[in-house]
Design a protein around this ligand. Structure first.
Ligand SMILES: Nc1ncnc2c1ncn2[C@@H]1O[C@H](COP(=O)(O)OP(=O)(O)OP(=O)(O)O)[C@@H](O)[C@H]1O
Length: 260
C-alpha cells in the first residue's frame, strides 16, 4: 500500500493512516482524509463500511467503546489529538457531535443549550448566558419557534426541532468542527430539508463532516466526499468529481446503486 500522504497544512483536521480495531477485528484499515474549515465533507458507503467509526475518531468518541483501539495520526490545527495528553473534554467542545437520533437532555430548551457553556465557564452571568442561548438557537434556525417557551422540555419538541436543538447545543460551546452522524435518518422529508438548509448556513463558520447513507444528500450538502468500503477509504475528492467522474470502479458501482 502507498504511504499515507503528509498532513495538509491548510486542513482543519488531518487523519493519516487511521486504523480502528474492535478487539481483534480491524474495522478501519489505514484511512487518510482531510476536513476543511470552509467545506462540508461527506462520508458515504454501504452499511458497516466504517463511516461512523471514522467519524468517531475525530473527537475520540471511540475512547468510550470498550475494546476499541485507534492507531495513526489525527491532527486539529496541527496538534495531535490522539496524544494521551489531549484533554478530551476540551477536544469534544472544539469538535462537537450531533447523533443520528436526536438526544436532547430531559431538561428545558434553555438548559439544553446552556449546559455546555456552563460547564466550560463560557458565560460570566445570566445576561451573557441568555445571549449565548439566543445566538445558538438562532444559528440553529430554532429561535423563532421556541423563544416564547424556553422553559418547556426539550423532549417535547418535534423530532426535527429536537435535532436542531442538538445542533444549537453543539454550537453553544463555540466549536470549530461539527461532526454529524446521519443527522436526518430519523426525520421526515420536511425536517430533513430544514437540516440540510441549516448545514448550508453553517458552512463557512464551522468545518462540518457528515456521515450519510443517502447519496442525494451527500451530493446536495457537501463539497468533499469520502467513499468507504469494507473499512477502506476507496476514494476521496470533490463531491462533484466523485458523483460525476469517479476514478475507482467501486465508487462507480456504489453511486450507480449496484450495491449498498
Ligand atoms: N462497538 C463496536 N464493537 C464491535 N464492532 C463494531 C462496533 N461498532 C462498529 N463495529 C463494526 O465495525 C464495522 C464498521 O461499523 P460502522 O458502524 O463504523 O459502519 P458504518 O459504515 O457507519 O455503518 P452504518 O451505515 O450501518 O451505520 C462494522 O463491521 C461493525 O460491525
Amino acid at each position: 500500500m502507498a504511504p499515507a500522504p503528509a498532513a495538509d497544512a491548510e486542513a482543519k483536521m488531518s487523519a493519516r493512516d487511521v486504523r480502528v480495531f474492535y478487539g481483534a477485528k480491524e474495522a478501519l484499515k489505514g484511512v487518510s482524509v482531510d476536513i476543511h474549515e470552509d467545506r462540508v465533507t461527506a462520508f458515504i458507503g454501504p452499511s458497516g463500511c466504517g463511516k461512523s467509526t471514522f467519524l468517531r475518531t475525530l473527537n475520540r468518541m471511540n475512547d468510550t467503546i470498550p475494546g476499541a483501539r485507534v492507531t495513526g495520526t489525527i491532527t486539529l490545527d496541527g496538534q495531535d489529538i490522539t496524544s494521551p495528553d489531549m484533554d478530551v473534554v476540551q477536544l469534544r467542545a472544539r469538535v462537537g457531535m450531533v447523533f443520528q437520533k436526536p438526544n436532547p437532555f430531559p431538561k428545558s430548551i434553555y438548559e439544553n443549550v446552556a449546559y455546555g457553556p456552563r460547564i466550560h465557564g463560557l458565560a460570566s452571568g445570566k445576561a451573557e448566558m441568555d445571549q449565548i442561548v439566543e445566538r445558538s438557537l438562532k444559528r440553529a434556525g430554532l429561535w423563532d419557534e421556541v423563544k416564547d417557551r424556553l422553559a418547556d422540555s426539550g423532549t417535547a419538541l418535534s423530532g426535527g426541532q429536537q435535532q436542531r436543538l442538538c445542533i444549537a447545543r453543539a454550537i453553544a460551546v463555540d466549536p470549530e468542527v461539527i461532526l454529524m452522524d446521519e443527522p436526518c435518518s430519523a426525520l421526515d422529508p420536511i425536517a430533513t430539508a430544514r437540516i440540510e438548509e441549516l448545514i448550508h448556513e453553517l458552512r463557512g463558520r464551522y468545518a462540518i463532516a457528515i456521515v450519510t447513507h443517502n447519496m442525494q444528500q451527500a451530493a446536495r450538502v457537501s463539497q468533499q466526499t469520502a467513499f468507504f468500503h469494507l473499512g477502506e477509504l476507496v476514494e476521496y475528492g470533490e463531491t462533484r468529481e466523485i458523483f460525476t467522474n469517479p476514478r475507482e470502479q467501486r465508487t462507480q458501482d456504489y453511486i450507480t446503486g449496484r450495491y449498498g
